[in-house]
Design a protein around this ligand. Structure first.
Ligand SMILES: *[C@@H]1O[C@H](CO)[C@@H](O)[C@H](O)[C@H]1NC(C)=O
Ligand SMILES: *[C@@H]1O[C@H](CO)[C@@H](O)[C@H](O)[C@H]1NC(C)=O
Ligand SMILES: *[C@@H]1O[C@H](CO)[C@@H](O)[C@H](O)[C@H]1NC(C)=O
Ligand SMILES: *[C@@H]1O[C@H](CO)[C@@H](O)[C@H](O)[C@H]1NC(C)=O
Ligand SMILES: *[C@@H]1O[C@H](CO)[C@@H](O)[C@H](O)[C@H]1NC(C)=O
Ligand SMILES: *[C@@H]1O[C@H](CO)[C@@H](O)[C@H](O)[C@H]1NC(C)=O
Length: 397
């Protein structure tokens, strides 16, 4: 019994192998060879009035780059194109149940789809195979890195949301020849893209809206538009840009506590101002110069720059005023002192050569007997505190 069953199995296997069980048998049946012009030259319809219905599915695999300066958007997309070939059909039962065959892409006619926004040819090689099934459906899957143009609105940078269009259409065929339709709706496209998304660069993928623009009288081609919306992850810009600028402003404010004497305050303020300038240069690298409105962040930078410049000007002005008043006091002091000196000189010429270094007495107390000070010691005093200077002047009196 068991032997008989095994024998039957063997026999059935034998019969199976005699049947048309290889892919080549299918191709032979279809006369599908690379030299058969029936398949590769023209649109595969038996009546030219039948349009070829092309359905399109697009998934977003990755957002590779967004270059604001060049208004470029570089996504990595996966497209599936399906259409019908009226010359292909076979009965799977005659061929061991084979219901689909993979073929090199050159053998069959393909719709000439293009993406309007694409500016550079895809560098990745196209998929070498397509799949046909027994009902005549042809499917081509392709991965491509698209370099596309996208008008970016950077007014709210870095809190901006960008949407970029990918418009699929046929290059030459009108809607009478090729009807282009999306096979997925927006929610499916968004959902599936989210699932397969690998990398998003600094962006957060929000959604992908599918719009089918059917041909009208004015536009005789079907368009399928995929609008990819994404939001920028702004945390890094906050940490690396907005906060440092704010910190510099705080530093600038803190510098009001630095003593006015000596050039330290001034040079500190100038340094902080230069740091802001460097950050502004970086910003200039990122943002396109073609923006119609000044981005908010540029306003922020300029505002802070202006505040710091005002504080710098204020410091310079105050220093100028102090120096001026100091010079006035000094001139008065000198005049007094000179008059004293001339008086003394006329009376006691021997003590005229003595110079008392008053600056060595930090406490402000004057060496006993220091009743006479030369112009030289006054110039040493220039940088000393006004109070001391005043007390010194009083002392001279
Ligand atoms: C294999 O296919 C050829 C051509 O279609 C057909 O003539 C032949 O009968 C088939 N063989 C079997 C075992 O079905
Ligand atoms: C295949 O081609 C041969 C001759 O080239 C022709 O006789 C035959 O009918 C063709 N078969 C089909 C299914 O077109
Ligand atoms: C193609 O055929 C293989 C085996 O014959 C089957 O596993 C697969 O699901 C088929 N693919 C499609 C898309 O029908
Ligand atoms: C993108 O496509 C949508 C839908 O057709 C359209 O409203 C929008 O203006 C397009 N955006 C750009 C930047 O072309
Ligand atoms: C999208 O298609 C799915 C399944 O085909 C359906 O359940 C869903 O309601 C559709 N969504 C929209 C917005 O049409
Ligand atoms: C475009 O045409 C297809 C069928 O050809 C139809 O299903 C779809 O609703 C049409 N879309 C619009 C916006 O008219």
């Amino acid at each position: 019994m068991l032997v008989g069953f095994l024998f039957l199995l063997l026999v059935s296997d034998e019969i199976h192998s005699e049947q048309n069980c290889s892919y080549q048998d299918v191709l032979n049946y279809l006369n599908l060879t690379s030299s058969n012009e029936l398949y590769s030259m023209t649109r595969p319809v038996k009546n030219y009035k039948n349009p070829t219905l092309v359905s399109l599915e697009v998934l977003l695999y990755a957002i590779l780059d967004v270059i604001e300066k060049d208004q470029k958007f570089i996504p990595y997309v996966w497209t599936v194109t399906r259409w019908n070939n009226e010359y292909i059909s076979w009965d799977p039962d005659e061929f061991c149940g084979i219901d689909n065959v993979s073929l090199p892409t050159e053998i069959l006619w393909k719709p000439d789809l293009t993406i309007e926004e694409m500016t550079e040819k895809d560098k990745a090689p196209p998929s070498p195979y397509l799949t046909i099934n027994n009902k005549g459906e042809v499917e081509v899957q392709n991965d491509q890195v698209l370099v596309s143009t996208c008008r970016m609105h950077i007014y709210k940078f870095p809190f901006d949301t960008q949407s970029c269009n990918l418009t699929f259409k046929s290059i030459t065929h009108t809607a009478r020849e090729i009807r282009l339709q999306p096979s997925d709706n927006s929610s499916e496209a968004t959902e599936w893209s989210r699932e397969v998304m690998r990398t998003q660069y600094e962006w957060l993928f929000i959604d992908m809206i599918v719009t089918a623009n059917n041909a009208t009288i004015s536009t005789d081609q079907d368009l399928v538009i995929y609008t990819i919306t994404m939001k920028r992850r702004s945390l890094l810009y906050i940490v690396n840009f907005l906060l440092p600028v704010l910190f510099f402003l705080c530093l600038d404010l803190a510098s009001f506590m630095i003593s006015d004497y000596g050039g330290e305050k001034l040079s500190f303020k100038v340094t902080v101002l230069l740091a802001i300038t460097v950050l502004q240069l970086i910003l200039n690298e990122i943002l396109p110069s073609s923006s119609d409105r000044v981005p908010l962040i540029a306003g922020y930078c300029i505002g802070i720059f202006a505040l710091m410049m005002l504080s710098l000007l204020e410091t310079i002005f105050v220093m100028y005023l102090r120096q001026k008043s100091f010079q006035d006091t000094e001139r008065d002091g000198c005049m007094i002192q000179e008059s004293i000196k001339s008086n003394k000189e006329s009376h006691d010429w021997t003590s005229g050569g003595f110079v008392y270094n008053v600056s060595s007495s930090e406490t402000g107390e004057i060496l006993p007997g220091a009743k006479e000070v030369s112009i030289q010691s006054l110039s040493v005093h220039k940088n000393q505190k006004c109070k001391r200077h005043r007390s010194f002047c009083e002392l001279i009196y």
